[in-house]
Design a protein around this ligand. Structure first.
Ligand code: NAD
Length: 244
């Protein structure tokens, strides 16, 4: 549905911005949250790990989260055909930037050069007290060596992945950069996102108000489908190479 319109709109666009979500990485083996095989769909308790207040107040939950981080699929995942299609679009000179909600760095690993990470990255840790950022690898080595909840080496505070949890504000400068780039687009393509997390999802409305054409590619409906000039269903590793 909508593939032909989407292809025409993309062919005509001069300055495309992509907003990506977890659905672009499911074909790389990283489950999303809310899709049919999503982490939260299958295990509602997993939501607590992504909630800042729960994480701060519950040491047992932190210990469980560190074990999950040790085996996170992001450490071994490879970019798929959808990530690579966006690299080709950038090399063709028409993709201005990717604003991603993903924390897996697969866009950068694929070769995309302008990626705005709205929700941070799992490849670093941050101290919730002193804000020091260090490589995740270091903390995982401490967990492997027997620490169940490794504290900050500088101040002893609680360490977390440098991702934005629920209840935690986005980095202001990153959000401003994302808004500016979205407002400069003549076509915004939202891919692999349920568009239910704010303020990320609101970037679709912002683009439309600034005059951009909106194209949505997602396996399931989103609250923004009615705003789109074309809606494409199907798996992104098939759909995106066809569209670009
Ligand atoms: P989401 O789980 O809310 O939605 C993902 C959407 O992608 C769903 O609507 C699903 O139907 C669709 N989808 C799944 N696989 C698809 C495929 N192969 N082709 C097309 N569509 C597909 O994800 P979201 O909107 O990105 O929000 C979730 C939050 O979770 C984000 O804030 C993100 O930071 C975080 N998250 C990130 C990752 C990652 O980095 N890969 C993984 C899980 C969650």
């Amino acid at each position: 549905m909508g593939t032909e319109q989407a292809r025409e709109l993309i062919a005509k666009a001069g300055r495309i911005v992509v907003l990506s979500g977890a659905g672009i990485s499911t074909d790389s083996g990283i489950p999303d949250f809310r899709g049919p095989d999503g982490l939260w769909t299958k295990n509602p308790d997993a939501q607590r790990m992504s909630n800042l207040r729960e994480y701060q107040r519950d040491p047992a939950l932190r210990a469980q989260t560190w074990l999950a981080r040790r085996v996170h699929p992001a450490w071994t995942a490879e970019p798929n055909a959808a990530h690579l299609a966006l690299v080709r679009l950038e090399r063709g000179g028409r993709l201005a930037a990717i604003v991603t909600q993903n924390i897996d760095r697969l866009h950068q690993r694929a070769g995309s050069s302008r990626v705005i990470e709205l929700h941070g990255t799992i490849f670093d840790t941050v101290c919730l007290s002193c804000a020091e950022v260090r490589p995740m690898r270091e903390a995982l080595e401490r967990v492997a060596a027997g620490e169940v909840d490794p504290p900050c080496l500088r101040c002893g505070g609680i360490l977390k992945s440098a991702t934005v949890s629920f209840g935690q504000a986005l980095d202001r400068a990153v959000l401003d950069e994302a808004r500016a780039v979205v407002e400069s687009a003549d076509l915004l393509m939202a891919v692999g996102s349920s568009l239910t997390v704010q303020p990320a999802a609101g970037l679709v409305g912002l683009a439309a108000r600034a005059g951009a054409v909106v194209v949505l590619c997602n396996a399931s409906p989103t609250p923004y489908d009615g705003m789109a000039s074309a809606v494409v269903r199907g798996s992104l590793s098939v759909v995106l190479p066809e569209l670009v």
